[in-house]
Design a protein around this ligand. Structure first.
Ligand code: AMP
Length: 412
């Protein structure tokens, strides 16, 4: 008898589903893909080409290679069925006895979920009760869970929470300095996000240093379109930059990160903006995009290089905030063994890494310019040999981490 060792990882967004099928026997990827613009059903001619799209890549089976299907996909159920059909065509069907579990990325686990959890009706109800804390994310995650459960009710569906890794934050880092009764009544505290990535990267950084996670203190800088920093002491998260929602902290592609909360009162009272308008402004039209009109760091860098003042200013503010967090987390940790850059910007932009670390020699951070310029998908050190603190580029792999956590739970 073969042991089921495949895990399907689903990351369901409001109009998209990202998926990967992994074989945990050798941690290999069998298929990866993305369904986007779910629910955008009109014919392409009427919407300027804006219909649904399924991009699938089989990495194993009889038909390896990329395929793309363009055409209306009405909802998440239709999306998952389309994914199942693609996988079946690869000989990797979801009805296979090889499938051990489905791992779902769930954004908000509140204080209730601090570890991966097998989903039953009660768990699903609790995830639903957290929707007010993550109105943009948890509903889509729940839809993905319901559809996958209907498809394979016989195998465990596992929720892996973006907040879980940060649940170890001490109370003094997690609580906001506001009225305690109000905070408790409305569950207002710092939860943190990107936890799966911070967990994976902090461990991979320890491995790169040839040490156990328990032996090292790491500052992880997850710099993607969303961005967050974390302070990880001996494998345990002790602080992170995102808070009640993913809005707090670093400057991001479209989010402001930290600001004086009175900015909101000011915009409401003086500017006459509604709460929803301010929410949209700070989450969708701020950050790099708000400051200079581009949220893609490549564009910001290109324009800054051509002397564009708005792009230079946006880059300077982005880097200034990043530096402040490196300094703050050096203070929180007391001793730092490594600073790890990850995600789209962190893995690919030598300019951002150089600017973030520039001037921090007193903290023990000194880059090797040649190593920093190298492009590679592998974890690597970019600090000089004599630097007291290792600086590393460590590509994140949230899907592998979700699959590992889900598989460990169902096989323990
Ligand atoms: P992620 O959210 O991790 O997928 O990261 C997406 C972001 O990575 C994009 O918004 C880009 O700005 C950024 N990115 C990707 N490649 C590069 C690059 N070569 N240089 C700078 N930024 C990049």
């Amino acid at each position: 008898m073969t042991t089921a060792s495949r895990v399907l990882v689903l990351n369901s967004g409001s109009s998209s589903v990202k998926y990967q099928l992994l074989d945990m026997a050798d941690r290999s990827r069998l298929a990866v893909g993305l369904v986007e613009r779910i629910g955008v059903g009109a014919p392409p001619a009427k919407r300027g080409g804006q219909t649904s799209r399924l991009a699938h890549e089989a990495l194993a089976g009889p038909n390896p290679g990329r395929r793309e299907r363009v055409g209306p996909i009405a909802d998440h159920e239709a999306a998952l069925k389309a994914v199942a059909a693609e996988l079946a065509a690869d000989g990797l069907g979801l009805d296979s006895p090889e499938l051990a579990a489905v791992g779902h990325r769930v954004v908000h686990g509140g204080t209730r979920f601090t570890a991966p959890t097998v989903i039953d009706d009660e768990v699903l109800a609790e995830v639903r009760s957290l929707v007010p804390l993550a109105p943009l994310h948890n509903p889509a995650n729940i839809t993905g869970i319901e559809v996958a459960r209907a498809l394979r009710a016989d195998i465990p569906q596992v929720a892996v929470f973006d907040t879980a890794f940060h649940s170890t934050m001490p109370e003094h880092a997690a609580q906001y300095a506001i009225d305690a009764a109000t905070a408790a009544k409305y569950s207002v505290r710092r939860y943190g996000f990107h936890g799966t990535s911070h967990a994976y990267v902090s461990r991979a950084t320890a491995r790169l240093l040839g040490k156990a996670p328990e032996e090292v203190n790491v500052i992880v800088l997850h710099l993607g379109n969303g961005a967050s920093a974390s302070a990880v002491r001996g494998g345990v998260c002790v602080d992170t930059s995102m808070g009640l929602t993913p809005l707090e902290g670093l400057v991001m592609g479209t989010r402001s990160g930290d600001l004086d909360p009175a900015v909101i009162f000011h915009l409401a009272r003086v500017g006459g903006l509604s709460v929803d308008e301010i929410d949209a402004l700070l989450n969708k039209r701020s950050g790099l995009l708000g400051m200079c009109g581009d949220n893609d760091m490549r564009e910001v860098l290109r324009r800054a290089g051509e002397g564009d003042a708005a792009a230079q200013g946006a880059f300077a503010t982005y880097v200034h905030r990043l530096k402040k967090y490196i300094g703050a987390y050096a203070a929180v940790l007391g001793r730092v063994d490594a600073v790890a850059f990850t995600a789209g910007v962190g893995e690919n932009s030598p300019q951002v890494r150089e600017a973030a670390v520039d001037g921090l020699a007193e903290l023990g951070l000194v880059l090797d310019p040649e190593a920093n310029a190298v492009r590679s998908p592998e974890p690597r050190l970019i600090s000089t040999e004599y630097a007291r603190v290792a600086v590393a580029v460590v590509p994140t792999d949230e899907e592998l981490e979700i699959a590992s956590q889900a598989y460990a739970l169902v096989t323990q």
